[in-house]
Design a protein around this ligand. Structure first.
Ligand SMILES: Nc1ncnc2c1ncn2[C@@H]1O[C@H](COP(=O)(O)OP(=O)(O)OP(=O)(O)O)[C@@H](O)[C@H]1O
Ligand SMILES: [Mg+2]
Length: 267
């Protein structure tokens, strides 16, 4: 049994479509997961189950031993941090970066907000520093580039010190430099033994940060492989997932993949 997350027989159906067709998944403390799969495989739906945004049609989702459906969604927000491209920039456009991060902690402050304020400001600054964006703290959130914005959103998601941090396609739309900075930040978090369990959805093996330990492959609502990254992430499994012959190389803890081309004949 996963001590942080446990999904058993999870199905999500919308009309005639079965988006997730019986997912079993165990996640333990200390694990850092990558979720890979083609467009429409069900990756976003899977992570939305963990944030309480989507409910299973059948099966059970447990987060830290609590069955979802029985847990208050505002309580869940303290336990599961989530950042994705949707809406955030519009919602917080006129707030300063520091406030966007600080308000990520609201649920835990409640009426003790006054006394926690100093502590929280210190934590928000430390998180901005960890994500490499501390100089942006007084900027309006809406003026940030997408890479800067993404890193601030991750700092915000980390503010309540969640047990699980979920990032859905964090590097989407970023330039090469922004992507590399983000990967370095995610790798720093992943290798911090006190850091949260991480689940990162991505389309590109090039974006897997060093320090990630496990991978899940999702294809048309079905988990086709899940386990330690050095066992599960192979050229053969990737080729099956994307239905084309692919290579897989590792350099300095990073992965690279491309279509396998016929080896030129030497004669
Ligand atoms: N509310 C819904 N009603 C009907 N179909 C839905 C609904 N939500 C999602 N789907 C469909 O379920 C499938 C999985 O969607 P999901 O967003 O989970 O995929 P994904 O793996 O995140 O894809 P992408 O890589 O493109 O982000 C898609 O075919 C999508 O169109
Ligand atoms: Mg998606």
């Amino acid at each position: 049994m996963g001590d942080v997350l446990q999904l058993s027989g999870v199905r999500v159906r919308r009309g005639a479509k079965e988006i997730l067709a019986g997912v079993d998944w165990s996640v333990d403390d200390g694990q850092r997961w990558i979720v890979l799969g083609p467009n429409g495989a069900g990756k976003t739906t899977l992570v939305q189950l963990l944030t309480g945004a989507v409910f299973p049609t059948a099966g059970t989702v447990e987060v830290i031993g609590e069955r979802l459906g029985r847990v208050d969604v505002s309580e869940l927000r303290q336990v599961v941090g989530f950042a994705s491209a949707a809406n955030e920039r519009r919602v917080h456009a006129s707030e300063t970066v520091l406030d966007v991060v600080l308000t990520g902690a609201y649920g835990i402050q409640g009426r003790w907000r006054e006394s926690y304020e100093m502590l929280d400001t210190g934590r928000a600054r430390a998180l901005l520093n960890l994500l490499g964006v501390k100089d942006l703290r007084d900027r309006r959130f809406g003026t940030l580039s997408s890479g800067e914005s993404k890193r601030v959103q991750i700092a915000r998601a980390l503010m309540p010190d969640p047990e699980v941090l979920i990032l859905d396609e964090p590097a989407a739309g970023m330039d090469l430099g922004g992507r590399e900075d983000l990967i370095a930040s995610m790798s720093r978090l992943a290798t911090d033994p006190r850091g949260p369990v991480m689940i990162v959805v991505t389309h590109h093996v090039e974006e897997i940060p060093p320090g990630f330990t496990h991978v899940m492959m999702l294809d048309d609502g079905v988990v086709t492989a899940a386990g330690p990254i050095d066992e599960v992430l192979t050229a053969d499994r990737l080729s099956a997932l994307y239905n084309m012959p692919l290579t897989l190389d590792t350099i300095d803890g990073r992965y690279h993949s491309r279509r396998r081309t016929a080896t030129p004949r030497v004669d």
